[in-house]
Design a protein around this ligand. Structure first.
Ligand code: GUN
Length: 289
């Protein structure tokens, strides 16, 4: 069986272009410019790269981008005060506090302080709850991107067996909720699952979101299955440099999977595109248009 790669980079570029068109129309017809505020505390190198990319793509889509960089020793109370100011600022429709936060801060408390209407990460319990009960919600960006790719490549997902490996609040749990909303039969597997390879082999759709390099082996994949690899793991090479690998052994999956997202270039580019989509959605809802 030939295994086809899913080109998330190209799909994300198309999505960003559609968003830019919609932003231009919002400005023209309603005088509304969607605004996204990104808050970075400290100098984690990976987070700095993400935040730079987010700011650049927000501006490219024609949105207003507000960056707030705070020193690593910022008091939690000062971060909460900034969140309160952004909640009250009518030019800001979306707020993203980059995670992880420094150890002296409680991420749960900071997320709880966000106005749920501006929570473009979809991490607030109000948004998680609304997703779970089937109400309009802001949905976490990475799982939203995964399901967009699946619907684009597979069409209707109803009745398919979906196995999500990983139960994080950021990816695993919301991915399972979204797949349930598409009428999949959903299993959430995790580190305590018995016979994980056997459970994965039942999957028509296999989503790997565990953060362990190449954990999902080729013989865990049902022939013809669609594999979505959310992992981004940096591992050392023989020459002292590093390379990126996913949570799935990509080479082993060749000839077994029907479709698979590569790392990089699969799910990764979809995350920021979906963040822009959420910011647009949040701006429209706040303005009532
Ligand atoms: N850190 C890594 N990915 C993300 C994300 O999607 N949102 C936030 N807030 N922080 C992150």
């Amino acid at each position: 069986m030939e295994t086809k790669p899913i080109d998330g980079k190209a799909f994300a570029a198309g999505l960003r272009a559609r968003i830019a068109d919609e932003v231009a129309a919002l400005k023209r017809d309603h005088g509304l410019t969607p605004g996204l505020a990104v808050v970075l505390v400290g100098e984690d190198p990976a987070s700095q790269v993400y935040v730079r990319n987010k700011a650049a793509q927000t501006a490219e889509a024609g949105m207003a981008s507000f960056e707030h960089k705070l020193p690593v020793d910022t008091a939690e109370a000062d971060l909460l005060a900034l969140v309160a100011r952004l909640n009250a600022d009518p030019a800001v429709h979306g707020i993203l506090v980059q995670l992880p936060l420094p150890a002296h801060m409680d991420a749960t408390k900071v997320i709880a302080a966000l106005d749920p209407a501006k929570d473009v990460d979809g991490f607030h319990v109000v948004n998680a709850g609304r997703l779970a009960v089937g109400l309009d919600a802001l949905v976490p960006c990475t799982p939203l991107g995964c399901v967009m790719l699946l619907k684009h490549h597979l069409g209707k997902l109803a009745g398919l067996n979906a196995v999500v490996v990983g139960r994080s609040n950021i990816v695993g749990k919301p991915a399972a909720q979204l797949l349930l909303r598409e009428d999949c039969t959903v299993t959430i597997a995790h580190s305590r699952t018995r016979d994980l390879p056997g459970v994965c082999r039942q999957a028509d759709i296999l989503i790997a979101a565990v953060g362990r390099p190449e954990m999902v082996r080729g013989d865990w994949i049902k022939p013809g299955a669609t594999v979505i690899d959310v992992g981004i793991n940096r591992i050392p090479k023989d020459d002292g440099k590093t390379r990126l690998v996913g949570d799935v052994a990509y080479q082993e999956a060749q000839g077994i999977a029907g479709l698979i997202t590569p790392v990089p270039g699969g799910v990764g580019p979809m995350t920021i595109a979906c963040l822009l989509q959420n910011t647009l959605t949040a701006a429209r809802r706040q303005a009532g248009v």
